[in-house]
Design a binder for this molecule. Sequence first.
Ligand code: M6R
Length: 596
Amino acid sequence: MCGIVGYVGPRRAQPILIDCLKRLEYRGYDSAGIAVVGKSLQLFKSEGEISVLEGKMPEMEGSLGIAHTRWATQGKPTTENAHPFADCSNMLAIVHNGIISNFMDLRDALKADGHVFSSETDTEVFAHLVESELEGDLLGAVQRAVAKVEGTYAFAVVAQGGDEIVATRRESPLVIGLGNGENFVASDVTALLKHTNRMLYIEDGEVVRVTKDSVRILDSSGKDVRREPQKVAWNIEDAEKGGYPHFMLKEIYEQPSAIHDSLLGRVESLDTEPFFSDSTFSNVKIVACGTSYHAGLVGKYIIEELAKIPTTVQISSEYRYSSVSRESPLMVLVTQSGETLDTMAAAREARKRGNKTVAIANVMGSAITREVDHVIYTRAGPEIGVAATKTFVTQLVALYLLAMDLGAQNRTLSALARRAIIGQLRSLPRAVQDVLNKAQEIEALAKKYHGARDMFFIGRNVNYPVALEGALKTKEISYIHGEGYPAGELKHGPLALISKDSPVVAIAIKDHTYDKMLGNISEVSARGSPVIAIGFEGDTELAKFADDVIYIREIPPLFSPVPVIVALQLFSYYLARERGCPIDKPRNIAKTVTVD
Ligand code: M6R
């Protein structure tokens, strides 16, 4: 997830581009860059936030340009890897949002044709690809180049001597802002609202040519498209959250595309490069904090089922002070920020103890990525809300991929089984979308239960950690005291606290523990506690046991944590909203915990 802007008109492009770009900084902020067409193509980029670029860049003359703020997914967040990218002769510049999944093949072919690359990114291939197609107009070159690209993208391209921006998209947002005698391009309306509220939304596969007084849209077969502009009613603050009242809600809704992006290029074929081609492991240890620890607990079930490798999970701050010298040949450190101090310290300790280390992280180039042997990046994009949502779900995706990889190495997973898993992973965005479509139902439940002081969350097997995560989300943002338990543990203590004032959220999907869950639900109902169950669609039996049921689409139980947690995220969000809590910035906690 990155931010793109473009300007063409009578005014100086540079200050307009920087101002627009700053409104997209929430989409990515590890590096930024700008290209302006003047007497020559002027291009400047820098590592760090947009203010760093602004402080360093020279004055640029010209009234046509593009700019970009980056959230690294391919290649570290360095100046070299920042956008825009130029071609070999510095005649054109491009910016990109998305992931080019076939970039390695394209790069090899372009290199063989003599193109010289300056970065590790997937994006740079597009600059050279357009260059290689540049006979005649820029529009035609972009059309031909984009036909060779696989993956997701929004591209904007300018060329020296031209008077136009050519842009195109597939599964990444792209909008044209219409001004008077000037026009704008952006990945997000947020960037443009200061200048115009008249927008043309570009559809997948379309290519658009934008000059100061014209916009021409062509569909994927090259036919002209007529489209009426739309008026946007947002104010600037609303728009930064994409129209959502809170970042947390926006991030919950981004989960289908975050899952999709996290799979992209990784499950296209069974021959995809394995994470560890050189090793097999007799056991695995996962170390993490908070929500990432809960992802690790789910990961234990996943790895044990798919790869048949015994797996233990430990909280980072406990692991780092433990005394076992070499316990696990493979240590998996899960951390969305990549900066959590306890997890960093655990990574160092693990290496000192001679373990192979792999980090699952969301922030490219973050501290932990320099401490470990291997990194699996989640591709959730920046998460602004303190409550981890889309990063949790993409951590689960990374753990499914890791387990599949270990299973293939261990020969516990046949090609057929892996194909079936890939099919399940690909269906997850749809399963999550189904839950999001039930938001109003979940909101109504939150209205019913928001007065509770305590809430219990119970689950079994792979959904036991999901119960823990549901409880953490609830306490973190709604300040309701939420406790998660393995349902079988209730009778060993917590039942003493169950009463009509403590609703119980029970995850009761149809797996081998289902009957036991129904028993647990009966136990708490008998003590007067209202029960909100989460079960599979079509399970009419469950409704006889619970006061309310949130139904999710039936999928194999091992994959159910993904849609189940989305239902619980929405539930905690609406509980917090009903209680008037500061959802994105809950009291006393920070997004990144860099202290002991
Ligand atoms: O950045 P990390 O994943 O290492 O963060 C770990 C925890 O601080 C974090 O998951 C925390 O529990 C979340 N804010 C909960 O929503």
